[in-house]
Design a protein around this ligand. Structure first.
Ligand SMILES: [Ca+2]
Ligand SMILES: [Ca+2]
Length: 399
């Protein structure tokens, strides 16, 4: 793809920190570093109405001729769709090991303090925008969001008129189908950290009465920004208060940025993984982690011995750390797995946000965010607050 001036239209392929609507520049800017992760022949369109759509074209010239010229007055911008990946460390042995099955993370943040006070995340919907969820896992099946009009409705009919047929327990945006499983295991692991039920022997879910809304946009090789955006819009539509985003990419999608900004009007807290490249994301940004939005929290990973995990990204754009090394949680096949990554740290924060919101349902997203940030236990973590997630402190700051 060539870069340069095209005398056509307001077509901005933007850097994320640029104003995306910066005037009627008749330019077509392609960020060179974005080309490697661009999805060929697939373009994301932001209309002036705020809606997004996906357009397919053989190349940029065809896109301009067939789509941009006829629609130019109604377009905010167009960019190539981008690939996003799961936030796991690169080393495969860290992805899933049979390591010790401890609840060290739940202990570290002292989640029990809330559980003992019957603060369990009741009535809070947490959207897990990920690889799907094994919704019939025996420790998750009671905590999966249910879309009542669809459950009580007719098969093959969009009973609640939301544009999705039979979306009883979330949606698979990659396949455009109802959700029922997790082809990777990642979303199931993340969901267990947020809201798996407690048993006599094990208490894994940080918010064991919260509701998981499974939204699938990724397979083993990741997913697209366009499917992620649809997931975010669906989460807002269905009343999620918290969105867990344990994924990212090195390149910036202006569409993804605008879609996350749109969540602010619904007062949703967007909780993103810092990423696992062991980089300072102020210098080597990954997105959405580095978007730095008002109602966003970006989470690095800590170890049981109070260090930043070796793989974790860091720097002032990372807000805090949470347990993310050797984390035991639910997995595919009614199973369990120990996994490491900022993917695992992020749902600890999502779970705590659900606890806090259930303790104070009238709180705003900013109040929840601020109580999480001001409640950290300080350590030697190279992140904005220098601190680790802590439940009792954050609860006491909320009231
Ligand atoms: Ca529906
Ligand atoms: Ca139906």
């Amino acid at each position: 793809m060539t870069k340069g001036f095209l005398p056509v239209a307001l077509l901005l392929l933007t850097a994320c920190n640029q104003k995306i609507d910066s005037a009627n520049q008749k330019t077509f800017i392609t960020k060179p570093e974005c080309e490697g992760t661009a999805i060929p022949r697939q373009y994301l369109v932001r209309w002036k109405t705020g809606k997004f759509s996906t357009v397919f074209a053989r190349d940029r010239e065809e896109l301009i001729e067939n789509f941009v010229r006829p629609n130019v007055d109604d377009l905010e911008f167009v960019e190539q769709d981008q690939k996003l990946i799961i936030s796991l460390p690169i080393e495969p042995q860290s992805i899933a090991s049979s390591g010790s099955a401890t609840d060290w993370g739940q202990d570290k943040i002292n989640a029990k303090y809330a559980w003992d006070r019957n603060i369990l995340g009741q009535n809070i919907i947490v959207a897990v925008v990920d690889s799907g969820v094994e919704t019939n896992h025996y420790l998750l099946n009671k905590n999966i969001f249910i879309n009542q009009p669809e459950r009580a409705g007719q098969p093959g009919v969009d009973d609640d008129h939301n544009g999705y047929i039979d979306d009883i327990n979330g949606w698979n945006f990659a396949d455009n189908s109802p959700i029922n499983n997790d082809e990777v295991g990642h979303g199931t692991h993340v969901s267990g950290i947020i809201a798996s039920q407690h048993t006599s022997s094990r208490s894994l879910g940080v918010a064991p009465a919260a509701r998981i809304l499974p939204l699938d946009f990724m397979g083993t090789d990741g997913g697209s920004a366009s499917d992620a955006i649809e997931s975010l819009q669906y989460a807002a539509q269905m009343g999620a208060k918290i969105i867990n985003a344990s994924w990212g990419g090195e390149t910036c999608s202006a569409s993804l940025l605008s879609a996350i900004k749109d969540l602010e009007t619904s007062d949703i807290l967007f909780i993103s993984a810092a990423g696992n490249s062991a980089h300072n994301i102020s210098y080597y940004p990954e997105f959405p982690a580095a978007f730095d939005l008002p109602k966003q929290l970006t989470v690095g990973a800590s170890t049981a011995s109070n260090y930043l995990a070796a793989f974790s990204n860091y720097g002032p754009l990372v807000d805090l750390v949470a347990p993310g090394s050797d984390v035991y949680s639910t997995y595919n096949g009614n199973g369990f797995q120990t996994m490491s990554g900022t993917s695992m740290a992020t749902p600890f924060v999502s779970g705590v946000a659900a606890l806090l919101w259930s303790a104070k349902p009238t709180a705003s997203a900013m109040e929840i965010k601020n109580s999480i940030l001001s409640g950290v236990i300080q350590g030697f973590y190279d992140v904005q607050t220098r601190g680790q997630l802590n439940v009792p402190n954050s609860l006491s700051l909320l009231n």
